[in-house]
Design a protein around this ligand. Structure first.
Ligand SMILES: C[S@@+](CC[C@H](N)C(=O)[O-])C[C@H]1O[C@@H](n2cnc3c(N)ncnc32)[C@H](O)[C@@H]1O
Length: 253
């Protein structure tokens, strides 16, 4: 049985054929199969492949995991059950994201339904994280937003180096920083393509992490889509949900 069908079983250990080749643990499978997950999230699984992603990022019960720019909380929801009551999820958002997905965020977190999750709404330059507290951080579909500022439309300039320094201090040695984003063609103007299409050239991300405390451990191809020529915005109906995405696993030194 393929690793993509893991959500239908708690005990599959099939290697993924299209990227990491990692096994899916029973805990990851159970968190993806959690009957509390909203149907709208489950409908996205075929394209987002959460079992493969969370296995590739080595997320396990008991961990403290930062979901930076958690958006509507698709990953927060799964992480909440995966880390279990022995761990913790920090679901971050900022003012601009809240103006887009605030309703989804509030519904997701209403009445403390995600019991293992703490919400933090703050501009990322001001985020405060406890030293050596994080076992993992997920930055999913968000790094491109650090490439531009658009204050007229509410998007602040983000100090990428400051963020990396904060993450370096907050993550434990060996902790995984999992990063996924929509691929842009190399040569495109980084800030323009980020602002207009919400994409980024993966090489720019690699370059940003050079000389930081993180090593690029492995890349995975299971969210690749060769039919995406990277010229359309990621919210274009013809490509939405199926964009060509890169998956990087960085490890804190
Ligand atoms: C700004 S992003 C990232 C927020 C959060 N980190 C997450 O992963 O959901 C959130 C938006 O991107 C959308 N999205 C997810 N996968 C996508 C894809 N492959 N192409 C286009 N949009 C996608 C989601 O539905 C959501 O509205």
């Amino acid at each position: 049985m393929s690793c993509s069908s893991v959500m239908f079983s708690l005990f599959l250990m099939a290697p993924c054929p299209d990227g990491g080749g990692e096994d899916v643990s029973a805990a990851v499978a159970a968190s993806v199969s959690n009957p509390q997950r909203p149907a709208a999230d489950i409908a996205k699984d075929a394209n987002r492949k959460p079992a493969e992603v969370l296995s590739f990022f080595n997320i396990e019960p008991g961990m403290t995991v930062l979901d930076l720019f958690s958006g509507g909380g698709y990953y927060t929801e799964i992480l909440n059950s995966l880390v279990s009551e022995k761990g913790k999820v920090i679901a971050h958002s900022n003012e601009a994201y809240m103006s887009f997905v605030g309703d989804a965020f509030r519904q997701r977190h209403a009445n403390g339904r995600l019991a293992n999750t703490e919400t933090v709404i703050v501009e990322v330059d001001d985020i405060e994280l406890e030293d050596k507290s994080l076992d993992a951080a997920m930055l999913v579909l968000t790094w491109h937003d650090f490439m531009y500022a658009d204050p007229e439309n509410g998007w602040p300039a983000i100090d990428e180096k400051l963020l990396l320094n904060k993450l370096c201090a907050a993550m434990k040695p060996g902790a995984v920083l999992g990063l996924i984003d929509h691929v842009a063609n190399s040569g495109d103007d980084p800030s323009q393509v980020a602002k207009d299409l919400h994409r980024i050239d993966p090489q720019i991300v690699e370059d940003s992490f050079k000389n930081s405390c993180f090593t690029l451990d492995t890349k995975a191809g299971f969210l690749s889509n060769p039919d995406d020529d990277h010229t359309l915005g990621v919210f274009d109906k013809s490509i939405r949900g199926k964009t060509d995405r890169f998956v990087f696993r960085f490890v804190k030194n």
